[in-house]
Design a protein. Structure first.
Length: 343
C-alpha cells in the first residue's frame, strides 16, 4: 500500500485532507454525549421540518444531510436562502423547525443573520462549526464542534468531511440506526485507506481538460457538488455537478467524443442509476471515470450512506495532484480567501 503520511504532500491541501480520519475520530469522541442527548431530544420533541443553513462546501454537506434525514426519518428538509434575511430583511413566522447550521469559520454575516432570525422565530438550532469561538457557535442550542483542527488551505477538505460525518452521526443517533452507528466507528480507519487508493487515471484524463461533468445521485449527490467546486477552485477546470437523473434532462446533449465525465456510484439503488448513466455517456464517446469497485477509480465498500465520504477523500488526493500537474498552487486559488464573509 502506498505511503499516505501527510509529510509526502507538498501542499497544505494535501496534508490537511490526509488528516480527515483523525478529525472524524475526534468529532465522534468529543460529541458522543451531545449526539446521544440530541437524538433523545429530537425523538421526544420531533420538529415539523428541518432547515439547513450553509454556504459553499458546507452547503454541499447540507445536501448530504437532506438525503440522510429525509430517508432515515421521513422529514422534509429545505435549504435556507440567507439573502431573505440579510438582503431583504424579511421577518419569519413562528416555526417548530430544526435549523442545522454548518460552517468552517462561523463568521459569514448572512449566515449569522439567518440563524438569528430562525432562533427568534422559535427554531431549535444545531450548529456544526470548526471554530468554537465564532459568533455562530454562540447561537447554538446544541453545538457540535467539527474538531477538524486548523485548516489553512483555501480549499476546505477535512472540515467538509468532518461536516458530513457529523451529519451522518446526527441522523444515526436521531433515528436509532445502530448499523449506521457501528459503520461510523470504522470510518476514521476507512478514510485513511481511501486516501491511499490510486486515482491516477483521474489526473491523467483531466490534465489538459477544460470542461467536465460530475454525476452522482442520492447520498452521493453532495460529493458531486463538492468535487465540481474543488476542480474549479484548485485546478481551473469548468466542472459541473449533476444528479444522474437531472443530467439526462438537457446537459447530456453537449457530450461528444472524449468529453470527460466523473461518476460517483454508491452500492445502493441510486448507484445503479449512476452506473447506467455512465454507460450511456460511454456510448456517446465520453471518457468516463467511474468511481466504483469495477470502474477506473477504486473505491472502498462500506455502509452505502458512508461510501460518498470515502469517495471524496480519494478524490481530494487526486485533485491536489491534478492542480500541481496543471501548474497551479492548490493552496492559493486566484481571487479567493479562506473565509468568505458574504452578506
Amino acid at each position: 500500500m502506498p505511503d499516505v503520511s501527510v509529510e509526502r504532500w507538498s501542499s497544505a491541501m494535501g496534508r490537511e485532507a490526509g488528516e480527515s480520519g483523525p478529525a472524524v475520530a475526534r468529532f465522534v469522541e468529543r460529541n458522543a454525549d451531545s449526539l446521544r442527548r440530541l437524538g433523545e431530544h429530537l425523538r421526544a420533541n420531533p420538529p415539523s421540518f428541518v432547515v439547513t443553513c450553509a454556504r459553499g462546501s458546507s452547503d454541499h454537506a447540507a445536501t448530504y444531510g437532506k438525503y440522510l434525514i429525509e430517508t432515515l426519518l421521513g422529514l422534509p428538509v429545505a435549504s435556507a436562502a440567507p439573502s431573505v434575511t440579510s438582503v431583504f430583511a424579511a421577518e419569519l413566522q413562528q416555526t417548530g423547525a430544526l435549523l442545522i447550521a454548518i460552517s468552517q469559520s462561523g463568521r459569514s454575516p448572512d449566515l449569522l443573520s439567518t440563524v438569528e432570525r430562525y432562533r427568534q422565530a422559535g427554531a431549535y438550532v444545531v450548529v456544526l462549526v470548526n471554530d468554537e469561538t465564532s459568533p455562530l457557535a454562540a447561537l447554538a442550542d446544541v453545538l457540535l464542534p467539527l474538531c477538524a483542527g486548523p485548516e489553512t488551505s483555501v480549499a476546505a477538505t477535512k472540515s467538509f468531511i468532518a461536516s458530513i460525518a457529523g451529519l451522518a452521526a446526527l441522523a444515526a443517533h436521531w433515528s436509532g440506526d445502530m448499523v449506521l452507528l457501528e459503520a461510523l466507528s470504522a470510518l476514521p480507519a476507512h478514510l485513511e485507506q481511501a486516501y491511499a487508493l490510486d486515482w491516477t487515471p483521474m489526473v491523467e484524463v483531466l490534465a489538459d481538460a477544460r470542461n467536465l461533468f460530475i454525476v452522482g445521485r442520492g447520498y452521493g449527490l453532495s460529493v458531486t457538488q463538492e468535487a465540481a467546486l474543488k476542480l474549479k477552485e484548485t485546478c481551473g477546470l469548468h466542472a459541473e455537478g449533476f444528479s444522474s437523473a437531472e443530467v439526462r434532462h438537457g446537459p447530456m446533449a453537449i457530450v461528444r467524443d472524449g468529453f470527460p465525465v466523473l461518476a460517483f456510484a454508491t452500492s445502493d439503488k441510486s448507484g445503479d442509476d449512476v452506473r447506467q448513466a455512465a454507460a450511456e455517456f460511454a456510448e456517446r464517446g465520453a471518457n468516463v471515470l467511474l468511481a466504483d469497485p469495477a470502474g477506473k477509480l477504486p473505491v472502498l465498500s462500506t455502509h452505502a450512506v458512508l461510501e460518498p465520504i470515502l469517495m471524496i477523500q480519494s478524490f481530494y488526493g487526486a485533485a491536489e495532484k491534478l492542480a500541481r500537474t496543471r501548474g497551479l498552487d492548490p493552496d492559493q486559488p486566484p481571487f479567493l480567501r479562506k473565509v468568505t464573509e458574504t452578506r
